[in-house]
Design a protein around this ligand. Structure first.
Ligand SMILES: [Zn+2]
Length: 115
């Protein structure tokens, strides 16, 4: 189990990540606003604009997914089993939790599970 200090540290990091991800989402959403056909796109061709939009859209979906994972990690933070691997009970590393907040298994078990 994690100490309250460790949990506090994780809560702060998750909170930072949430703020960062929300900013990303706001930026991506702004970039996603429809370009009026009257607008001069400049040297960027229509195809390029459409491609850029698609890339931007998938980045937006990823960011939204990440935000949901971070928020659910945040709300699970007070569960006694938070941060422990559901398979072996070992602590999952902080970096792993922050990178993939939805994970419930440590690296070793996840690898076994996937193979
Ligand atoms: Zn494990």
């Amino acid at each position: 189990m994690m100490s309250p200090q460790e949990k506090q540290k994780i809560a702060e990091r998750i909170h930072q990540e949430i703020t960062k991800t929300e900013l990303d989402i706001a930026r991506l959403e702004a970039a996603n606003s429809p370009v009026s056909p009257d607008n001069a796109i400049g040297r960027i061709s229509r195809m390029e604009a459409i491609n850029a939009r698609a890339v931007n859209n998938s980045a937006l979906l990823l960011a939204q997914q990440r935000l949901r994972g971070l928020k659910s990690a945040m709300s699970n933070l007070n569960e006694p089993e938070f941060g422990s691997c559901v398979e072996c009970g070992d602590l999952i590393s902080l970096e792993r939790i922050l990178l993939m907040p939805h994970v419930k298994m440590c690296v070793g078990c996840a690898e076994q599970y996937e193979s």
